[in-house]
Design a protein around this ligand. Structure first.
Ligand code: HEM
Length: 135
């Protein structure tokens, strides 16, 4: 006879207080995965400004002026640091998940999640001088 559990409603967002490390890892992995998909569309939209560009017209063409205009904005530079953090976390946590799928590191899941967060934070901080250069 199968057992049933009352797990409450998933719509009850107040339940984040009960989250364990593994639940935060799941939420962050979903969030970063979908941010990367969103960025991919944005990236293609920006690159598409090069369609039909005349190389002789640079640096006044739409592609160059779009990129220079974007890179002039502080918010874009900050979003780039955020994008790097999102990508690094997704990669590190994704590799961690693949190891777990192989049965490796099962007893150290919280520690490896925290290590992913710390390495992501360190790389994001180290990238700030590069991304904010010349702002
Ligand atoms: C080294 C690079 C990457 C690794 C190791 C990786 C790893 C993974 C793994 C293991 C999962 C499944 C997690 C689970 O078991 O629930 C996953 C989910 C996902 N990944 Fe990646 N990934 C990488 C790059 C990317 C990139 C570049 C994108 C987007 C352009 C992306 C988007 C997603 C999305 C949307 C999901 C599903 C999230 C969900 O559960 O709703 N990933 N990734």
């Amino acid at each position: 006879m199968a057992q049933t559990y009352d797990r409450g409603a998933v719509e009850d967002v107040g339940r984040w207080r009960e989250f364990s490390a593994g639940m935060w890892a799941w939420v962050l992995h979903k969030f970063t995965g979908w941010v990367l998909v969103g960025y991919l569309f944005t990236h293609i939209a920006v690159l598409s400004t090069a369609i039909g560009a005349d190389p002789a017209a640079a640096p006044q063409d739409l592609y160059t002026t779009t990129l220079v205009g974007l890179e002039d904005l502080l918010v874009v530079r900050l979003l780039e640091v955020g994008l790097l953090a999102v990508a690094v976390f997704h990669m590190l946590n994704g590799i961690r998940l693949l190891f777990i799928d192989l049965g490796l590191g099962l007893e150290r899941q919280d520690q490896s999640f925290y290590a992913s967060l710390i390495i992501t934070g360190a790389i994001a901080v180290a990238s700030v001088p590069t991304f904010l250069a010349g702002v």
